[in-house]
Ligand binder design. Structure first.
Ligand code: ATP
Length: 338
């Protein structure tokens, strides 16, 4: 169990002030505003604040060397702000990790008629635990929806857990330890969000023989119900392609809400995504639109975006035809003469 208390605003201000004063001979510029830095370092530990001041000094040295400042070496606000971006707090938001999961601009499918408005599913601002499940077919974009839900919060702690980043052959008890460590870290911050991606993979579920790890299942049953410390707010977002398996394992009941991410299932939504991708010219879009009329559509957004990327290098005159042919193959259109 981690026994770390994060310093509050006043403590951080005092700590930063004393660290800056300890820079000795180094001048501190008049523009330094520590309250601004305090606002940006809510989840920093004392060690990380020390590291921040060291980084700021390093930034000042490089800046002075490059620009040849007439005032000589002095730490100013730009150096401190640069250091805030460099130091990655252990209890901070894994913003970069989440952005890497979403190379495309987020397409908000709730704005489309095809997807019911599920805005009200994510209710934040209440102390305690809320646990949400995002489920859908493979390649339907569930990870992206979970990541976007987390990015939409203003929580200072956001962590992403995925079995993909675990070394091969990791034992079940080590996997349990990793999840437990992440949640223990989350309990430290007053408002935290943890994403656990692909629950069935975390459980080591294999469709053949319906095998899974009972150790991980039991641990998740406990952790997904465990309340954070009093006054803390913890939001857990899990994803799965196998809602049926979670149901069978009795895990579905731990979730406050279950959100389905449907396949793209109307020509209107498909065309909206194709248009939003900005990979086709106006003429091409018109061609795709007329070919889509009356067609049955059902495709995961990840698959659709993959097809769009795939045809992107082709010449514009041949591109719509190639795209429609591939789309037809993916959706099993009987008459597919594009
Ligand atoms: N709503 C969306 N807007 C923009 N891009 C999206 C959206 N949904 C998915 N994508 C893109 O599709 C790709 C894959 O999406 P994601 O990883 O969420 O799919 P998944 O359903 O979790 O996939 P898998 O079933 O393989 O785990 C990502 O590159 C992501 O950026």
């Amino acid at each position: 169990m981690v026994n770390i208390t994060l310093p509050n605003d006043e403590e951080r201000l005092g700590f930063l002030d004393s660290r800056i004063k300890r820079l000795g001979d180094i001048n501190v510029a008049g523009d330094v505003c520590l309250s601004e830095i305090v606002m940006k370092t809510e989840n920093f530990t004392e060690d990380e604040l020390c590291q921040l001041v060291r980084e700021a000094l390093h930034e000042a040295i490089v800046r002075t060397h490059v620009t040849g400042c007439p005032e000589g070496l002095q730490v100013s606000q730009v150096d401190l702000l640069a250091a805030v971006k460099i130091v990655q707090p252990r209890f901070g938001r894994q913003e970069e990790v989440l952005q890497q999961l979403m190379p495309y601009e987020y397409f908000d499918r709730r704005s489309n008629d095809a997807v019911p408005n599920q805005d009200n599913l994510l209710i934040t601002g209440h102390p305690g635990l809320s646990c949400h499940l995002v489920e859908g077919n493979p390649k339907s974009g569930i990870t992206t929806v979970a990541a976007q839900m987390a990015l939409n919060t203003d929580y200072r702690f956001v962590k992403y857990i995925s079995s993909v980043s675990w070394p091969l052959g990791l034992s079940d008890s080590k996997k349990c330890q990793r999840i437990q460590d992440a949640l223990e870290d989350a309990y430290v911050s007053r408002r935290s969000c943890v994403i656990i991606d692909d629950l069935e993979r975390i459980l080591g579920y294999g469709a053949l023989g319906k095998r899974y790890s009972n150790e991980l299942l039991q641990m998740l049953m406990v952790l997904l119900k465990k309340l954070p410390p009093k006054g803390h707010e913890l939001l857990i977002i899990c994803t799965t392609n196998r809602r049926d398996v979670l149901q069978e394992l009795g895990l579905l009941s731990v979730f406050t809400s279950v959100r389905n991410v449907p396949n793209v299932s109307t020509p209107k939504e498909l065309l909206a995504i194709v248009g939003a991708s900005k990979r086709f010219e106006h003429e091409e879009l018109l061609q795709i639109e007329s070919a889509m009329e009356g067609r049955n559509v059902s495709i995961g957004i990840k698959r659709l975006l993959g097809l769009i990327e795939w045809v992107n290098p082709i010449e514009p005159d041949r591109r719509p035809g190639k795209f429609l042919r591939k789309l037809g193959e993916a959706m099993g259109w009987v008459e597919n003469k594009f």
